[in-house]
Design a protein around this ligand. Structure first.
Ligand code: TXA
Ligand code: MG
Length: 329
């Protein structure tokens, strides 16, 4: 299969909709990372997502919605969820919700209004991860008038893509179309909160735990520890991983021969790249995945990374770094 790259310029919507309506998958930028998008109500499209990524079928997908109304056709949104949606959607927040009891009956009831979700989206489970993204992916959900299933557009277990070329290098030949909208703004995947009972932070992201607590009015415990049988497989110990072994919290003086160094703030090494010379966490998040992919290509014996503060966005950065550094199977 030939993979076409289409800039986000005049006509991009039609190019994408043609593929999506035919049950195909498209690489699409969001404000977080590039997603691999397919019609969440079309079992063939959802199967094509799993196949292109080499993703295990027990790992459910996020359903991207045009708005709260669309989300309510497929999931149960209580008042706390509506408050968070109001504060953060469209944006980088994913909420795990109870699947609407009739989400798979919708076709029989009112096919034109709400076609049923393909069961593979939830990996057969009774919860649904829901997000309203900014930009092209949200627009496609609105134009298609259907939820769009989209994991990050990388090979399963690899680093998430933040430019169209990352998608191409992982999935070329396996998907028909990639929309190129330039580098993504945030550079890390969305924050995931399980909202089925007491809210729990499953994956830190650009929307910090503190920001969510401010809306909820109470503390948000997190459960992001690497696990053997995770609630969110993005919590697997080794994930988001480059090929070379990764060491964290390394000072410039402790870099080993053959290792590439990734600096931050005051910790820099001449002729080695930096995540942010000024020590900006936002810039570091934006740069992280590109930097890891670029370093990996130079085939270093290892990648050593400077300490990154753990406050604010630093929580999400350190979460991804610890997974990149986790022992491999
Ligand atoms: O920023 C993002 O979230 C990007 C863009 C494309 O939206 N998407 C993304 O998807 O990162 P993915 O599939 O790479 O990561 C989603 C994570 C996975 O770890 C998956 O296991 C978890 O969300 N997840 C999906 N549905 C779930 C559910 N019902 N319950 C618990 N975790 C779920
Ligand atoms: Mg992913």
């Amino acid at each position: 299969m030939e993979t076409l790259v289409h800039l986000i310029t005049a006509g991009w919507q039609d190019a994408a909709l043609t593929v999506l309506r035919a049950g195909g998958v498209v690489g699409v930028p969001t404000e977080t990372v590039y997603g691999l998008a397919g019609d969440a109500t079309n079992p063939d499209a959802v199967a094509a997502i799993y196949a292109a990524k080499g993703r295990p079928s027990h790992n459910p997908l996020i359903a991207h919605m045009a708005d709260v109304d669309m989300a309510q056709r497929y999931a149960v949104l209580d008042e706390r969820v509506l408050a968070l949606a109001d504060a953060f959607w469209p944006g980088p927040l994913t909420m795990v919700l109870p699947l609407a009891p009739d989400a798979d009956l919708a076709t029989t009831l009112a096919p034109s209004l709400a076609p049923s979700l393909a069961p593979a989206v939830t990996a057969g489970g009774d919860s649904l991860a829901v997000r309203c993204p900014r930009g092209p992916l949200g627009e496609l959900a609105r134009l298609l008038n259907r939820p769009i299933a989209a994991p990050s557009a990388n090979k399963s277990g690899h680093i998430s893509p933040t430019i169209a070329h990352h998608v191409l290098s992982d999935l070329q030949g396996g998907i028909p179309l990639i929309l190129d909208g330039g580098p993504t703004k945030l550079g890390l995947e969305s924050t995931i909160v399980d909202m089925r009972g007491m809210p729990v932070l499953l994956r830190p992201g650009a929307i910090t735990g503190e920001a969510i607590e401010a809306v909820l009015g109470f503390a948000l415990p997190s459960d992001t520890s690497p696990q053997e049988a995770p609630v969110a497989p993005g919590q697997l110990a080794s994930h988001y991983a480059p090929g070379a072994p990764v060491r964290l919290n390394v000072l410039p003086g402790d870099v080993r021969p053959g290792e590439a160094y990734l600096g931050f703030g005051d910790h820099q090494l001449a002729r080695h790249p930096t995540l942010s010379a000024s020590g900006s966490l936002e810039e570091a998040a934006e740069q992280l995945y590109s930097a890891l992919r670029t370093l990996d290509k130079s085939k270093p014996t290892g990648i050593a990374i400077a300490p990154i503060p753990t406050t604010g966005l630093g929580q999400a950065l350190n979460d991804r770094l610890s997974r990149a550094a986790a022992p491999r199977d």
